[in-house]
Each structure stands twice: as structure tokens, then as C-alpha cells.
Design a binder for this molecule. Sequence first.
Ligand SMILES: Cc1cc2nc3c(=O)[nH]c(=O)nc-3n(C[C@H](O)[C@H](O)[C@H](O)COP(=O)(O)OP(=O)(O)OC[C@H]3O[C@@H](n4cnc5c(N)ncnc54)[C@H](O)[C@@H]3O)c2cc1C
Length: 404
Amino acid sequence: MSTGETTLSGAVRSDASPVDRGRLARDLVREVRGDVRFDDAARGAYANDASLYRQVPIGVVAPRDADAVAAALAVCRRWSALVLGRGSGTGLAGQSVNTGVVFDFSRHMHGIVDLDPDAGTARVQPGLINDHLRAAAAEHDLIFAVDPATHDRCMIGNNSCGTHSVYGGKTVDNVLELTVLAYDGTRMILGATDDEQYQQVLAGGGRPAEIFARLRSLRDRYADPVRERYPDIPCRVSGYNLDSLLPERGFDLTRALVGGESSCVLVLEAVMRSLLRPRHRARLVVGYPEVITAAEHVTDLAGGDRLLALEAFDSTVVANLHRRGEHPPGLDDVPEGVAWLLAEYGGDTVEEAGERARAASGCVESPAEPAVFTDLDRQSEVWEVRRSAIEYARVPGVSSGLAG
Ligand SMILES: Cc1cc2nc3c(=O)[nH]c(=O)nc-3n(C[C@H](O)[C@H](O)[C@H](O)COP(=O)(O)OP(=O)(O)OC[C@H]3O[C@@H](n4cnc5c(N)ncnc54)[C@H](O)[C@@H]3O)c2cc1C
């Protein structure tokens, strides 16, 4: 048995010796509370995500709880097997498939541990479905602002953003604390770390001290190029968030790891932030004769007062819906055009929200009369046009017309 080579984070590099699948599976079954599937059907099912890539895993384990994750990881370490966390497998770039052991968090570790409405925070397990958190938050007039188009199945696996990110930011902006497990078995609770806390970690010694010190040294070495070259764009969701380690960002290991996509640690638990939900909302839909004109007008809407959400789609989406024989009711409410912008505005009253949407419509030039909806059902229907297009976007050989 080879031990492989551990990196700073403890993630293991695959070494040359092939893993003995039978014995690995046997140890997992014996030592881990959870489901262990090494049969061909399971391996086939987990070989795909929402991308074009295909990687057949060694096998799949679905641990019951955090201790079971640690037990499973210990077995994988013993056999030098690569590991990969997986939520709902909607990754678009192949990040949810690998030839190692897949840890499926969606099966058993999908609960809300606790929700504190006063603090506006929720402690959640890593396989939680986005909509479940949103529904729980809504009961307290709170909103979890990250809502990618896959919100009815996706979880917090990566640094996604969605329709309401203009209001509440990306996943990284809404994760306050992470409990993580490194490949070598080190379990840590991470957040922003001031100097006093940093010194405490160093004084505690062991692997956490080593990890913190090496990250601090990495940060000090590359601080200037990170400051200079990290693109300052709202939707930067790929790559490590090394900028979060900068002193002016509080040496925040949590933020640095969001979007690490299993390459550094497995996330066992997260504390998420919720925001006050605007009491009332109104939606504006503007149709354009060309996609490029719609794109040019994004900035006109982006700075709007109490803007909560901004989305776009083009006629390809509508054509694909028709190809699939779908005609969501909201389609009849969409103004004429071949590309559309949808914007949502908040207000303390329905009238106020509607007024904001109407005021915004005055800032854009469009041949067709923009539509403003204050009725909640009609708002949902028109939003559903864009959302449901996700379901029907994949027509073989045809572009989806969606931005993500
Ligand atoms: C049709 C469609 C529409 C989409 N729309 C949007 C959109 O509007 N906005 C947007 O931002 N994204 C969008 N996405 C992509 C988006 O990133 C994913 O849908 C979603 O965020 C991934 O969540 P998931 O639970 O499926 O994670 P997975 O795909 O299961 O995993 C994603 C990554 O996280 C890692 N991971 C999972 N669990 C853990 C864990 N416990 N610890 C450490 N790492 C872990 C995985 O290894 C993987 O690298 C879309 C995808 C699809 C298919």
C-alpha cells in the first residue's frame, strides 16, 4: 500500500499503484455508516454530471454523518484512493466526476442543522438542496440570495450565483463558516481569522497550525500579484479565491475555500447567511430586436434602485421550448423581441415596487412596450419562462441560448 503524496491541504495525489477496489469496498462497508456502492450500475450512474465529461469512479459512498465521512476518508487514505465530493451533480465543467471514490452528500447529509432567524444564519449540511434552505428562510421573511437556475436540486457544492446575486452576492458572499475535513483527516472550523485567532491556531500546533502558517506564507509571497491581477468582476466564480487571504480581507479561509470543488477539502457543514426578504416585488420585462442591444442595456438596469434580480434570455430559448412542445403561460406576457431582459425590484409596498420597475423601464429604449408585473402569480409565470427553459434547453445539436 502506498501513501501517495499529501499536498498542503492534505488532498492526495494519485500515485501509480492501482487501487484494489474489492478490498477498498470491503473496508468501507465494514467501517463506514452509510451506503457503499461499487457495482457497475452505480459507477455508471455517477460517471456523468451536467457536462460533456465522463469519468468512471472507483465506487460511491454516501456517509450518514460527518463522522462517517471521516471514517470513509480514513479508508480511502489507507488505500491511497482519490476522493471527490458530490452534491446533485449539476456541475457544468466536469468538476463533479472523477476516477476516485465519490462521496455523495445528497443521500443522507442534506439537512438544516439549525436556523437562527434573529441572526439571519443557518447551519446546514453540504448536501442541502438550495430550495429547502430558501423555503425555511422564507418562513422568517428571510431570503437566501443564491439561486442558480438549478435551485430545485443544487446544493452548496461550488461558488454558484444566480438570479438574485445582484441583491445578495454569490455563494462565497453568503458562507460565514465552514467545517472542513482535509485528506489527512484534519478537521477544522474555518472563518475569517484575525491576528489573535491566527496566533491561537499556531499555539495549538499540529496540522492546523502547519496549514494556517503555510497559507499565510503563500499569501505574503503572492499578495501583490493577487491584488494586481485578480479580475474585479462580480461573477468571478472559478479558481481559488486567494484574494480572500489578503490581510485587508481578513485572511478568510472559508471564503478562500468556497469553489475549491473538492480539490482541497471536503465540506462537512456550513453556516450560511440569509438576508431580509423585501416585502414586495415587481418585475419588468423588456424585449429587444437584437441580443446585442439587450446586452448593451444591461448596465442601464444594473444600477437600478432596489434591484433584486436581473436575467436575460434570447429567442433560442423560446424556439427550444416550441421544439419540445412547451408553451409556459408566461410566454404570452413577454413583449415582442428576439432577446429579453428581466429585472426584479423590491419595495415596502406593491405600489412602490411597481413604481421602481416602471421608472427603470423609462431608462431603456425598446421598440416594444416594456411589461411591468406586480401580481405575484403573473410574475412567477413570466420568470418561469426563463427558468423552465433550463429543462428544455438541451436540444441535441441546438444552442441553449442561456448564459448559465
Ligand atoms: C441547467 C443548469 C443551469 C445552471 N445554472 C446556473 C446558474 O444560473 N448560476 C450558477 O452559478 N450556476 C449554474 N449552474 C451550475 C451550478 O454551478 C450548479 O448547478 C450548482 O451550483 C452545483 O451544485 P451541485 O450540488 O450540483 O454540485 P456538484 O455538481 O455535485 O458539485 C460541484 C462541485 O462541488 C464539489 N463539492 C460537492 N460537494 C462538496 C463537499 N461537500 N465538499 C467539497 N466539495 C464539494 C464537487 O466536487 C464539484 O467539484 C447550472 C447548471 C446547470 C446544469
